[in-house]
Write a protein that binds this ligand. Structure first.
Ligand SMILES: C[S@@+](CC[C@H](N)C(=O)[O-])C[C@H]1O[C@@H](n2cnc3c(N)ncnc32)[C@H](O)[C@@H]1O
Length: 299
């Protein structure tokens, strides 16, 4: 028979309090939120249910699973890799080891793309998403633009597996073609131009400098895929080739929208110079950091 103390430790509110304390002992950021998300994941319940049932008794399996997840989070595994999901643009995106966790600031890529398309949004469009990762950008655009056909590329076979599953989950598989390739290589024909050029190219490429790796939080440095993060020593290795290939693949007046790293706006501006590019725009994120650069291809 359980002692009083054992029974108390099986109560949801106690489990939550203990989970938070264990995470805080290891300086895990946003410990209360992480503890809640892990408990919601174990119990397959939402936050409202958690707070409506503080006296719920966890079964020994549930308590064991929760303790295991808290322990892994203490060791630095990102919460999203434990729960297997991250919300992006209001969509639940499946993630796990081998694929970048979508970031809230990347939603600015979607906002800028939609804003720059303007009335063209209602037309049939051809779009490319370079470095699709989990597929979050391609899928959000496919949901927003029902007449768009999208090509999504990545060099990572693992990431593309997630992207394909996410596209199926959000019922846009029929309008997204995935290619395991470098940048837009599979889309550029031998002539150096795609058969049908793109109206819009979007990308959140790797842009962290290897020299800055030590400054990254442990969750990112030790768990997220290096090929999704780093672009050479300074973080500048992808942008020139990306802009060059975009210029070959966009139609006249086609739009390029690219996420940029902290302090990289000047470098990106220099690549998107007139007369090849026009209507250059830099958008700041909610923290005031220059986050997205966009321009019109004007051949
Ligand atoms: C910063 S992540 C972005 C993932 C996703 N688009 C997002 O916003 O969450 C960059 C992605 O580009 C991929 N990648 C890296 N180098 C690439 C290249 N040369 N060509 C295509 N994809 C590349 C990585 O595998 C990774 O999935």
């Amino acid at each position: 028979m359980n002692s009083g103390a054992d029974r108390a430790s099986g109560e949801l509110r106690v489990a939550l309090r203990t989970g938070i304390a264990r995470l805080e002992q290891c300086n895990i950021p946003s410990a209360p939120l992480a503890a809640e998300l892990l408990l919601m994941h174990v119990l397959r319940r939402d936050r409202a249910w958690l707070y409506a049932h503080p006296e719920y008794e966890l079964s020994s399996e549930e308590a064991g699973a929760y303790s295991h997840f808290v322990e892994r989070r203490r060791k630095g595994v990102p919460t999203q890799y434990l729960t297997g999901r991250q919300e992006f643009w209001g969509l639940e995106i499946e993630v796990g080891p081998g694929v970048l966790i979508p970031r809230p600031e990347t939603e600015h890529v979607i906002e800028v793309a939609l804003e720059r398309l303007g009335r063209r949004r209602a037309q049939s469009l051809r779009i490319a998403d370079v470095g699709t990762g989990s597929g979050c950008i391609a899928i959000a655009l496919a949901r927003e633009l029902p007449h768009a056909d999208i090509v999504a590329t990545d060099t990572s076979a693992v990431a593309l597996e997630y992207a394909r599953r996410n596209a199926a989950r959000h019922e846009v598989s029929g309008r997204i073609q995935f290619f395991e390739t470098h940048l837009l290589d599979s889309c550029l024909e031998l002539s150096g131009r795609p058969r049908r050029p793109f109206d819009l190219i979007v990308s959140n490429p790797p842009y962290v400098g290897r020299k800055d790796a030590v400054d990254l939080p442990r969750e990112i440095r030790e768990h997220e895929p290096a090929e999704a993060l780093f672009a050479g020593d300074q973080g500048l290795d992808i942008y020139p080739a990306l802009v060059d290939e975009a210029a070959q693949a966009l139609c006249p007046n086609g739009i390029l929208v690219v996420e940029i790293g902290y302090n990289l706006a000047e470098h990106a501006r220099s690549l998107l110079a007139a007369p090849r590019w026009s209507d250059l725009m830099v958008t700041r994120d909610l923290a005031g950091i220059e986050r997205v650069i966009s321009a019109k291809f004007a051949p």
